[in-house]
Design a binder for this molecule. Structure first.
Ligand code: PEP
Length: 251
């Protein structure tokens, strides 16, 4: 089964609810039902419910940017999977490098989040990626493999199949410095090999691996031409309808 390309927008800490609805409506109007592509947008929590209403019937998926792996309780400032489902999210971005590096999320916490998201019928978009010093030390493969193994530990094949992986080299996020298609492809192939080793060939062939890191309308086509790049997780360029639409409609 061919892997359907997926373009996901991570809006980070941008946009009030009204601004988010305007952007979602512009995407909906100009994209139409995305044919042959899957599209997901992840606005801030405060805009989720309003954006869900704006997207009804559009075929565009709604995602959250984070989640705490408990049903409810004394976890001030956190949000549960049930709350995300209630806001009509189908996806959740987990282990984003900003969560790992600014907020100190560990591999163990990310693994608990992935397992809880799966148990809650949310599709995790699991982010992995090395920092610049790690790449310069020739440790990129080791770091990414470690993050991936940790996040998948204990999952069955059918659970792991429901995950979307996003390879996001930290040095390329928000810096304007994109990995070359060849560099990205090399890591995507490594990730797919690891999935093969941990599960099966057929499973590894089905999992989508997105690239993230300064994806723009002018570099998406070259990235998507690579065999193991199945889509993109887009930050900055997903905040402008025109740019994100061009990315989704790459040739
Ligand atoms: C991201 O936030 O996941 C990201 C890749 O950001 P940017 O596209 O701005 O580099």
């Amino acid at each position: 089964m061919p892997r359907i390309p997926m373009m996901a927008g991570n809006w980070k800490m941008h946009k009030t609810a009204d601004e988010a609805v305007d952007l979602a409506a512009a995407l909906r109007e100009n994209l139409g039902p995305p044919a042959g592509r899957e599209v997901m947008i992840a606005p801030p929590f405060t805009a989720l419910a309003a954006v869900a209403r704006a997207l009804t019937g559009s075929g565009i998926h709604l995602g959250a940017q984070n989640m705490y792996p408990e049903d409810s309780g004394a976890f001030t400032g956190e949000i549960s999977p049930a709350m995300l489902r209630d806001a009509r999210c189908s996806h959740v971005i987990l282990g984003h490098s900003e969560r790992r590096h600014i907020f100190g999320e560990t591999d163990d916490l990310v693994a608990r989040k992935v397992a809880k998201a799966l148990a809650s019928e949310l599709t995790p978009v699991l982010c992995v990626g090395e920092t610049l010093p790690e790449r310069e030390d020739d440790r990129a493969t080791e770091v990414v493999s470690h993050q991936l193994r940790a996040a998948l530990k204990g999952l069955t094949k059918s659970e792991a199949l429901r995950i979307i992986v996003a390879y996001e080299p930290v040095w390329a996020i928000g810096t304007g410095r994109t990995a070359t298609p060849a560099t990205a492809q090399e890591m995507h192939a490594t990730i797919r090999r690891l999935l093969r080793d941990l599960f099966t060939d057929a499973m590894a062939a089905q999992v989508r691996i997105l690239y993230g890191g300064s994806v723009k309308p002018d570099n998406i086509s070259a990235l998507m031409a690579e065999a193991d790049i199945d889509g993109a997780l887009v930050g900055g360029a997903s905040l402008k309808a025109e740019d994100f639409i061009q990315i989704v409609q790459y040739k």
